[in-house]
Design a protein around this ligand. Sequence first.
Ligand SMILES: Nc1ncnc2c1ncn2[C@@H]1O[C@H](COP(=O)(O)OP(=O)(O)OP(=O)(O)O)[C@@H](O)[C@H]1O
Ligand SMILES: [Mg+2]
Length: 459
Amino acid sequence: MSAPAIKAQFSRPRLIWREFTRALADLLPKGLYARSLLIVIAPMVLLQTAVAYIFMERHWELVTHRLSAAVARDIGAAIELYREYPPGPGDDRLKTICADRFLIDVEVLPPGPLPPPMPKTFFSELDPVTRALPDEISKQIHRPFWIDSVGRSGLVEIRVDIGDSVLRMITHRNLAYEPNVHIFILWMLGASIVLLAVAILFLRNQIRPILRLAEAAEHFGMGRDFDFRPHGAREVRQAGYAFLEMKKRVERTVEQRTAMLNGVSHDLRTILTRFKLSLALIEEEAEIEPLQKDVEEMQRMLEAYLAFARGDGGEAAAPTDLKAMLEELKSDAERQGAEVSVQTSGALTVKLRPNAFKRCLANLVGNALRHGAHIALHATREQRFVSVHVDDDGPGIAPEHREDVFRPFYRLDEARNQDESGAGLGLAIARDIARAHGGDITLATSPMGGLRASVRVPV
Ligand SMILES: Nc1ncnc2c1ncn2[C@@H]1O[C@H](COP(=O)(O)OP(=O)(O)OP(=O)(O)O)[C@@H](O)[C@H]1O
Ligand SMILES: [Mg+2]
C-alpha cells in the first residue's frame, strides 16, 4: 500500500468523527445563550429521565404489585370464607367481616355468565391497577373472574364465578396501589422549573456583557459611535478593557496618519500653488506644457489626499432625492464622454448625508468612467435598504483583488500600465462613507462585463 493510501486508511475514523461533530454542530443552536441553556437543561432532563424511569419502572411497579397481591389475597380469603362457611338466609356475618376486616363489600349474585371483559384503552393500559390487579388475582384465585377497575373512579369491582353463584366484591382502588406517586413527579417538575428559571436568570446576566462587547466591536468596525462600559464576569470585563485599549490605539494611529497626511498635503499644496504661479508667469513655450500638466495632476492628487484626511466632516443627514443625484452624476459623466443610463425603482427620497454620499457615488462613477465607456446606474429600494449599483464595461477586477482595492493607496492601474493615474484613495473614501452610513460597498462582476460596485445602506 502506498503511503497516502495508508494515511487515508488511518484517517477515516477521524473523518467520520469530524463529519459527525459537524452534523451535530449544525443541529445545535448557534447562539451563546441558547447553547448555555442547553448545557444546563440537557443534563437535567437526562438525570430526571433516568430517575423517573428507575423510580416508575422498579419501585412503583413493585409496590403496586405487592399491594395488589394483598388485595387479591383478601379476595381469596373472602371466597374461601364463603365456600367454607356459606351464610344462611339473613346471615350478614360474612358481609360484615369482609367489610370491616378486608374493606371489601361482598354481595352474592345468582349464578350466570360473567359480563364480557372491559375493553382496553390507552388510559387503562397506563393505569397501574388495571395492569397489576388482574395479574395478581389470576395468580391467587384459579377461577373465572371479571374486573372493572375503570368505571367508578374510586372503586374496583370484581366478580368471581364460584360455580353455584357469582360473588360481587367492591373495594377501594387506593388499596391496590400507591396513589401519591404524582406528588413525586410534581416535586420533580417543580424543582426543574425553579432550577430552569434560576439558570435562565443567571445565564442572561452572564451573557449580556458578552453580547454587548460583540455589539460594540461591530459598531467600531463600522465606524459608528457607541457607548460601552465593560461589566460582568472577570474574564469578560478583561476582554472589554482590552477591546477599549485596542480601540484607543487604533484611533490614535488613524489620527496620527490623518494628521500627517493633512500636514504634508497642506504644505505641498502651498508650494505647488507657488510653482503654478511661476509657471504661469513664464512665457508660453512648448516645453512647459507637460510641466504644467504634471503640476495639475499633482494638485488633483493632493486634493484627494486632503479629502481623505478630512473624512466626511460631521455633515448632517437630510432627506435626499437619490434619483436627482444619479441624474446629476449622469450628466457630469456624459460631459466627460461616457454613455450613461440611469434606472431607478421604489421610493428613493431617503435620509442621507448628501455631500458625502454624492462623493461616494462620484468616486465609483469616476472609476467606471476611467475604465469603461458605458456606465449603468441602478438604484433600488428594498424595505429598509437602498442599493445603488454602478456598472461598467471595463476590464473589471479579479475576485482576489476585490478586497485589496479598498485599501488606501492601493492601485491596480500601475500593473495594468494605465497612463492616467489616481491616488488609489477613491474606493477607500467611498467605503468609509458607506460604512459611516451603516452600510457597505461590495464589488462583483457586472452583467455588462466590467465591474459592478454596489453601495447598500440602511434607511
Ligand atoms: N470600475 C473599475 N474597473 C476596473 N478597475 C477598477 C475599477 N474601479 C477601480 N478599479 C481598480 O481599483 C483600484 C483602486 O481604485 P480607487 O478608486 O481606490 O483608486 P484610483 O481610482 O486608482 O484613484 P482615485 O480614485 O483616488 O483617483 C484602481 O487603481 C483600479 O485599478
Ligand atoms: Mg478611483
